[in-house]
Design a protein. Sequence first.
Length: 130
Amino acid sequence: MNMTNDKTVHLPLKYINGHIFVQIAGDLWLIDTGSPTSFGVSGKLAISDENFTLQTSLRSLTAESLSQFIGVRSIGLLGMDILRCFDIVFDVAEGIIAFSADEVDYSGQTIKIEHFMGIPIFTARINGID
């Protein structure tokens, strides 16, 4: 991934048990573009120079119950309230996700994205699995 933007942060991207995670400060966060709201154990999160205040649960779902449900210890969930604040590049082959406050000029593979109620939806194949 060749991105030279000063407002871009590169973080580890993990694919575990059929879910995509970003590793922030050593902790795994589930990425869920289908969720309008993020939540996390600490109630706060920093990505790049952006600081976010989070709920500690979404309805009755907490980081602990989420972790039990997906079978992976996760500190929280990143939903569209945070994800829409960035231009994001998923580099699955390299295991890196890039968050940029500015628009990213990227020459990688283009994927068709549809929107449902403002939420982007796309189909991906990772290690031969849809």
